[in-house]
Design a protein around this ligand. Structure first.
Ligand code: F6P
Length: 323
């Protein structure tokens, strides 16, 4: 393999820069030329490339986001778009690709590998919904940002005898909400895998109040059907229902933009190096992930279009420990 391209796609995740750095420097070390593709799959369709040297990826390991840019591309979902992207690769003599991204991005990797391109994916999404990895790049940082917000809200909640609804990201997966809720001692965690109806939230908050708590935290994953707005409307009908005054905070994209934790930087570094190793071993159509403390390779054919289930036992644990 002589010339590889690297791109970041979908929602950015803290640690993507560290992964680009690891991919670039380990590929250069193997004597390859490295081209960065700007703006994800869309940039590949449009032919936006930038050659990367070791210096180009210096000073970025500690920075969140992705310096290559990212996008959600509708053009790449079409056959015409993918053929255009393929032409750009062959015109430049690029014979391998590394795609850093989440579920949607890796579906793109799979489709592209089916067209004969040597593609290796790296698991990177704050949602941690990809099969083929225990944890994806960016998730640890997002948990920590959510946790910091929970800690702050609990402090002000205690001063005012308030309960807080805290909504965090995660699309259709409740991993981020579950882990942040567990670490933050939340009274209730509601996720798409295990939704807690507003009536049950009311009962659990009331019980917490009766037990003498001065604050209460309800973590809501963004993918639930009975979302923050609906829960607030339910409580609006009877403001005294729980004993606590109720407030809501939606964290949104703030959980995605922080500097990566040490865990995410190290994970990104390991997976980046693992991706180049996979390409030199002749692998294609695989996801490089982290399972049981090791870099692993999983065929994209086995995992695309599926969502990793969250361990709902953790929710039971959270409920017991919030007593
Ligand atoms: O997939 C990452 C993620 O941050 C999800 O948690 C969220 O649902 C989505 O992306 C938001 O997408 P956008 O940045 O396009 O608004």
């Amino acid at each position: 393999m002589k010339h590889i391209a690297v791109l970041t796609s979908g929602g950015d995740a803290p640690g993507m820069n560290a992964a680009i750095r690891a991919v670039t420097r380990s590929a250069l070390d193997q004597g390859m030329t490295v081209s960065g593709v700007l703006q994800g799959w869309q940039g590949l369709v449009d032919g936006q490339f930038r050659q990367l040297s070791a210096r180009d990826v210096g000073g970025i390991i500690q920075v969140g986001g992705t310096f290559l840019g990212s996008a959600r591309s509708s053009d790449f979902r079409t056959e015409a778009g993918r053929s255009k992207a393929l032409r750009h690769l062959s015109q430049r003599g690029i014979d391998g690709m590394v795609v850093i991204g989440g579920n949607g991005s890796q579906t793109g990797s799979y489709m592209f590998s089916q067209m004969g391109v040597h593609v290796v994916g790296i698991a990177s999404t704050i949602d941690n919904d990809l099969l083929g990895t225990d944890i994806s790049i960016g998730c640890d940082t997002a948990i920590n940002v959510t946790l910091e917000a929970i800690d702050h809200l609990r402090t002000t909640g205690s001063s005012h005898n308030r309960a807080f609804l805290v909504e965090t990201m995660g699309r259709d997966c409740g991993y981020l909400a579950t882990m942040a809720g567990l670490a933050g001692g939340a009274e209730v965690i509601s996720t798409p895998e295990f939704e807690v109806p507003a009536s049950d939230i009311a009962l659990r908050l009331h019980a917490a109040y009766e037990r003498g708590k001065t604050h209460a935290i309800v973590v809501i994953a963004e993918g639930v059907k009975e979302n923050t707005t609906k829960i607030l409307a339910y409580f609006e009908a009877d403001k005294q229902r729980t004993g606590f005054e109720l407030r809501a905070t939606t964290l949104g994209h703030v959980v995605r933009g922080a500097p990566p934790t040490a865990f995410d930087r190290i994970l990104a570094t390991r997976l980046g190096v693992g991706a180049i190793q996979s390409l030199t071993d002749g692998e294609t159509g695989i996801l490089v992930g982290w399972q049981k403390n090791q870099v692993t390779r999983t065929p994209l054919a086995d995992i695309t279009g599926r969502i990793k289930p969250v361990d709902t036992e953790l929710l039971d644990l959270a409920r017991i420990l919030a007593k």
